[in-house]
Write a new protein. Structure first.
Length: 362
């Protein structure tokens, strides 16, 4: 049987997570085994790093990334061929770094930085490669060319995700699919045709990413596996897309209203923004994810600031009061999160879907 030191080393080496270690210990404890597992759920806690050494290594990866960024710009200056080859070389370097730090060493925080720079150099090499191969003669981006480079971006990010299984990389993979869908739609159908409906397209993309995040969440309601982290990153991507799209769709009629009703527009906007924040708060409480709240807090702050401004306070006073109210709101939601969840679930009808969400008691 493994001792405490061996188990601690297994966590340090990335063989098992802290949550899995707790599960193993609970199985070894008769008292814990008799307790109801349905009452235990990990909080929304994505795993960024295990020690300061992870941050130290991450700093080295970031410095290397910025150095290669400037080196690529310097080498490719005035030479179209090298402008394509240089970022491709950087892509290979960061893939090899992934093999070392992500696949072999299993260090999470530096791997996130590796994934970011990998995505940057992939997009850089694809754009430069397309310009080098096609734009020199045609001097115009074709629909097939746009779809091709976006498709290659999806393949590259999908390969990175499948190879390294890094939870953060699912965000980049989903983002590349969203760009492929959006750019492909504009290229095939036409930018002028898509633009009037762009807010609906982005809303559909955001809801699709949210649905994917929920699929990961229901696979792991107790949040002890890697799928929970993957769901977290997808929620983090979906939240701002949904927030901006909903507000864009809701406020666009008021922004484009005629001058006769212009005086009522700001008040209606405030009502819409605060109503959206309340709705997103309810959804966040139900699914036990705070990402929606983070993305909508800025809008809520702007709405509260407008309300306070209507009281003819001085600019600094209005800003201070707004910040205090937002801070109080965050602290109230943060400290009373589980009590609010419990109260909300007591009002909801019994549905099988709710059973797949994190348990109310924590």
């Amino acid at each position: 049987m493994l001792n405490e030191a061996q188990l601690a080393k297994a966590v340090q080496d990335g063989i098992i997570t802290d949550a899995q270690l707790k599960e193993l210990k609970s199985l070894a404890s008769p008292e814990a085994a008799s307790a109801s597992h349905s009452q235990t759920v990990e909080d929304e806690a994505p795993r960024f790093f295990r020690s300061f050494n992870d941050i130290f290594i991450g700093m080295g990866v970031a410095i290397l990334g910025f150095a290669l960024k400037y080196a690529v710009a310097l080498v490719g200056k005035g030479d179209d061929f090298m402008n394509f080859v240089a970022p491709v070389t950087a892509v290979l370097i960061f893939w090899l770094l992934g093999e070392w730090l992500t696949a072999y060493k299993r260090i999470n925080f530096p791997s996130i930085i590796i994934a970011i720079f990998f995505a940057y150099f992939v997009s850089h090499s694809l754009i430069n490669g397309y310009e080098f191969l096609f734009l020199e003669n045609a001097n115009k981006a074709t629909p097939l060319g746009i779809i091709s480079i976006c498709g290659l971006g999806v393949i590259a990010m999908g390969a990175f995700f499948l190879r390294f299984k890094l939870p953060f990389s699912v965000l980049l993979f989903a983002g590349s699919i969203a760009v492929f869908f959006l750019a492909g739609s504009m290229a095939l159908i036409g930018k002028d045709i898509i633009t009037p409906y762009l807010r609906w397209v982005t809303l559909a993309i955001g809801l699709s990413v949210f649905a994917a995040a929920m699929w990961f969440d229901v696979q792991d309601p107790h949040r002890t596996k890697r799928t929970s982290d993957q769901g977290f990153w997808l929620h983090l991507l979906a939240a701002p897309i949904i927030t901006h799209s909903v507000l864009w769709t809701s406020l666009q009629p008021l922004i484009s209203a005629n001058e006769a009703t212009a005086e009522t527009n700001p008040n209606l906007m405030v009502v819409i923004v605060l109503s959206m924040f309340v709705l997103f708060s309810l959804v966040a409480l139900i699914i036990d994810r705070r990402a929606l709240l983070i993305s909508s807090l800025g809008y809520a702050a702007a709405a509260l600031g407008f309300i306070i401004y209507k009281f003819d306070l001085e600019g600094n006073a209005a800003l201070i009061i707004t910040m205090i109210l937002i801070a109080a709101l965050i602290l109230s939601l943060g400290t009373g999160w589980y009590s609010l969840r419990k109260a909300l679930f007591s009002l909801l009808p019994s549905q099988k879907f709710f059973e797949k969400l994190p348990p109310v008691a924590n």
